[in-house]
Design a protein around this ligand. Structure first.
Ligand code: PAF
Length: 284
């Protein structure tokens, strides 16, 4: 595996592979890798000949009140995991490389950013789309893989690729969960063991909504109530929002057909977690 934070090296490497007719797969991450990230690498490898992973904790997508400074980092461990899973190029730029002095242009997200995460985290999706756009321009991937846990992010990236005419296939990969249902997240490391028990409330509440839907509940407010009721068993969980919405514009749904999303963001202690399910699909 090659590794660099140098833009020119990355560009030359990608140019060489493109010239040789190889498809480039791309997995952007903020590091502190877990199995969820590594499944994205597997998917990229299935769809491309070579795989680039980026690790960059993007300051632009964190509000001043958020966890940028304490966001978990472990480059030696990430490097070993990425290499073992078959990443061909690990791009690890510094903030000064991604945002040199004077860098001021931003990608403004569309309507889907005006809801849910976009309300609780103003500016977050501008930061995400700006860094993903820059990374797409540096890597020039044929295919890019994102996790379904960040389902609103994935919808906005799909929309950006479509709206800006990038010839990039965006693949959204199911969420990877612990055996007890907790969605894998780099932020799980913040949880104490009590909080981890409470954090199970997110996946359990979503599973309750899924069971209600399978039993015939199609009313969005009925499903929201199921989630809210299930969360009462987990007093350590404070929901930011419970969304029952369609998957493209993330607009609230009145009734829930197959493919409707039930998404949840909640605080457990000082940790903010998100999770979701797509109704009618296997959990993930
Ligand atoms: O999902 C993430 O880890 C980040 O939002 C991303 C896509 C790498 C952009 O910083």
């Amino acid at each position: 595996m090659e590794e660099s934070g140098d833009v020119q090296l990355l560009r030359a490497w990608a140019r060489g592979h493109r010239a040789a007719g190889r498809r480039i797969g791309f997995v952007p991450t903020m590091g502190f890798l877990h199995e969820g990230h590594l499944r994205l690498v597997d998917e990229a490898r299935r769809r491309a000949d070579v795989v680039v992973m980026s690790i960059f904790v993007n300051p632009l997508q964190f509000a001043p009140t958020e966890d940028l400074a304490r966001y978990p980092r472990d480059l030696p461990r990430d490097r070993a995991l990425a290499a073992a899973r078959g990443v061909d190029f690990l791009f690890v730029p510094d903030a000064a490389v991604m945002y040199p002095p004077g860098s001021a242009t931003r990608v403004v997200p569309g309507e889907a950013a005006s809801r849910w995460e976009g309300v609780v985290r103003p500016g977050h999706f501008t930061g995400v789309l700006t860094v993903v756009a820059k990374l797409f321009n540096l890597v020039g991937p044929d295919v890019a893989c994102f996790g379904r846990k960040d389902i609103q992010q994935a919808a906005l990236i799909r929309a950006m690729v479509r709206d800006l005419d990038w010839p990039i296939e965006v693949v959204v990969v199911p969420t990877v969960r612990e055996a007890d249902g907790l969605a894998l997240s780099s932020r799980n490391v913040y949880l104490t063991s009590d909080e981890r028990g409470q954090a199970l409330g997110l996946s359990r509440a979503l599973a309750a909504a899924d069971a209600a839907w399978r039993a015939g509940e199609r009313n969005a407010s009925g499903l929201e109530a199921v989630v809210r009721d299930a969360l009462r068993m987990y007093p350590g969980v404070t929901a930011d929002y419970i969304a029952v919405c369609e998957p493209i514009r993330m607009a609230p749904a009145a009734s829930a057909a197959a493919g409707t999303i039930v998404a949840l963001a909640a605080r457990v202690g000082s940790t903010r977690l998100i999770d979701n399910i797509v109704l009618g699909e296997e959990h993930g």
